[in-house]
Ligand binder design. Structure first.
Ligand code: PLP
Length: 404
């Protein structure tokens, strides 16, 4: 019963990690929120040492180390990504920092996608490179050859994100896994934009997967959290030490419960996110006021074939360029009622943002334009509302733009 390979993704999402146990108690069908910070030990004269404590046998000592609600969540996260071990953190940023700090040491070489989430890029440049003296090399990983050229036997870690934010670029997970393996490097993938319902990097050869669970995994815009899943025992041990001992960064019981609950509907939500996003991408693609649509599920996407190979659908996020100026983008956004102007993504409600004025505003304009983020590029996290209401709202936005 405990082998996740026995069941399909949708079944694991609903219940893996939490089981009704009527013989031991009231038979909770969902994991209770265990708030206790510490646990009564059986006595001093037992063989139970800290190393021997096994949460899988219901043994707990102190909630920073492990907690029943978080443990149930970590088991489910591992099952959904097809990994051996999972850790739940207080944010996606903390999960990424823990991965990097667990693998790279001062003097090591790290190769990273040059199109990472802006906060991750700042972490690599500031904390990892400047402060910890790791040699970080950024490459355009949409070109696998550029990764192959940069990675060598000196490389400790290869760090990727796919699809990227906000231009929806992809990197070839399987090919980069081969390059990493040939050079003895650990390969980590930030799978936040896709979710394991759409893309499973460990199955394609990655060693580590991370998530900002704040996004699709929780799915309801009411919890900040992170996850790291791995099938590499050495990485698992180092991350476990960092999470529980050195950095002490773990997800709180209430957020673990929210995430367990959110995950139950992940497969259903992703189906609707994807079908809505596809319909909206097609609508925008045909619209005279739209110059370009970036969505991996459209045949016009430059890496459509790769998307077909490594993703199960195009995902729920897209971006597009309005024909016009920043003022047109402003009028368009002000005409919308259903889409909320906000950063973040992956919740059930549709969110919209202008990277040049919001998430990517700190990047100097010249540099932004060079990487393809124009003043009128708009990113949409498509929610699970009725798609006709979303299309009607976009019509309102375009009408407001025409009146401007
Ligand atoms: N990774 C990606 C792809 C993100 O989009 C984000 C946040 O937007 C993060 C990581 C950071 O996650 P958090 O905000 O939960 O720390």
């Amino acid at each position: 019963m405990d082998d996740p390979d026995d069941r399909r993704f949708e079944t694991l999402a609903v219940s893996y990690g939490e089981h009704a146990t009527p013989e031991d108690g009231p038979g909770d069908v969902v994991s209770p929120i265990h708030l206790s910070s510490t646990y009564a030990l059986p006595g001093l004269d037992t063989d139970l040492s800290l190393e021997d404590v096994d949460p899988d046998r219901g043994e707990f000592v102190y909630s920073r180390l492990s907690n029943p609600t978080r443990h149930a969540l970590e088991r489910r996260l591992a099952a959904l990504e097809g990994g051996e071990t999972a850790f739940a953190f207080g944010s996606g940023t903390a999960a990424i920092a823990s991965a990097v700090l667990s693998v790279a040491e001062p003097g090591d070489h790290v190769v990273a996608f040059d199109d990472l989430y802006a906060g991750t890029r700042r972490m690599f440049e500031g904390l990892i490179a400047d402060q910890l003296h790791v040699d970080v090399e950024f490459v355009d990983a949409t070109e696998t050859d550029a990764v192959a050229e940069a990675v060598s036997a000196e490389t400790a870690l290869v760090w990727m994100e796919t699809p990227t934010n906000p231009l929806m670029g992809l990197c070839d997970i399987e090919a980069i896994a081969d390059i990493s393996e040939d050079n003895g490097a650990i390969f980590g993938v930030d799978n936040t934009f896709a979710s394991p319902a759409v893309q499973r990097p460990l199955e394609l050869g990655a060693d580590v997967v991370v998530h900002s669970t704040t996004k699709y995994l929780n799915g309801h815009s009411d919890s900040v959290g992170g996850a790291l899943i791995t099938d590499d025992p050495v990485v698992a041990e180092a991350v476990g030490f960092n999470q529980q001992i050195a950095l002490g960064n773990m997800l709180a019981p209430f957020d673990s419960y929210l995430l367990l609950r959110g995950l139950k509907t992940l497969p259903l939500r992703m189906e609707r996110h994807q079908s809505n996003a596809r319909t909206i991408a097609e609508y925008l693609d045909d619209h005279p006021r739209v110059q370009d649509v970036h969505y991996p599920g459209l045949e016009s996407h430059p890496q459509y074939d790769l998307a077909q190979r490594q993703m199960n659908g195009g995902g729920g996020i897209l971006s597009f360029e309005l024909a016009g100026e920043m003022a047109d983008a402003k009028a368009f956004l002000e005409g919308l009622d259903e889409f909320t102007l906000a950063v973040s993504l992956g919740g059930v409600e549709s969110l919209i943002e202008v990277p040049a004025a919001m998430t990517h505003e700190p990047i100097p304009r010249e540099e932004r334009l060079k990487i393809g983020i124009s003043d009128t590029l708009i990113r949409v996290s498509v929610g699970i509302e009725h798609v006709d209401d979303l299309l009607a709202d976009l019509d309102r936005g375009f009408a407001a733009m025409a009146e401007e």
